[in-house]
Design a protein around this ligand. Sequence first.
Ligand code: SAM
Length: 281
Amino acid sequence: MTNWTAKSSIPEPDGSWGPGVNIRSDRPTPARIYDYFLGGKDNFPVDREAAEKVKEAVGAEITSDAARENRLFLRRVVRWLAEAGIDQFIDVGAGLPTQGNVHEIVQQVNPDAHIVYVDNDPIVLAHGRALLADNATTTVITADLRSPGTILDHPDLRTLIDFSRPVAILFIAVFHFVTDEEDPAGLIAAFRKLLAPGSHIALTHAATDDAPSDQVARVEQVYKNATSPFVFRSRQRIEALFAGFDLVEPGIVHPWQWRPGEDDIRTAWQFAGVARKSAQE
Ligand SMILES: C[S@@+](CC[C@H](N)C(=O)[O-])C[C@H]1O[C@@H](n2cnc3c(N)ncnc32)[C@H](O)[C@@H]1O
């Protein structure tokens, strides 16, 4: 089995997280809960307590299987995009560094490709800095998906990404942290506007269709105490997030069904899709 354990790192020599960085250790965060599901060490007691409640709600194996299934999809789709010639990637809601980070996969295909990691949890930047210390083609920024301008206009991103050429934007397991009131489809449309034809988005999202409703409710309840709520959506509502893009075959499927690899982790808890922007707006 793949070892997903994160590389643990303390970013500053004095052991602090760096100036102005507010690492919330009083409330669970999605990035650290997910790290725990993947067997990582970059999480605190509040995160482990929340993660254990999610495990109790849905079953211990399902949580880590769903997280690993998601990472395997990411690995396949990123390689597919890089092999198709995409050489600029924005990984929105990147999470803590783990096994098989996007730049490691992409740069196996194209060592000159540019990758920008984005997350609103500052712990990701703190750890990412250590991981990327000697990689001139990759950077990490702290910004929030719910304000697309803070990502798209970020000077560090603009140094690496040229929006006049195709870009891939990864929204992997992040939109279920955006509420309906925050208008997920409107946010994706804001990203789409800036993309050149030939650009792609890849997205995975937790889904209600095959999940028992009492378990869904228990998971949502756990995240009410976290820094972001968790919003399951139906397959139909997930498909609607791709408006304005052309879905790539096989369309919206469970992650393990998208151009399956040799790995054999299958859950019914999420859907995935990849889509292309064909025309200039
Ligand atoms: C479940 S993890 C997924 C990590 C990675 N994309 C993957 O699939 O392996 C979700 C990540 O999205 C980040 N996130 C949640 N809401 C966000 C927002 N509004 N803007 C940016 N990042 C966000 C969390 O901090 C967390 O690192």
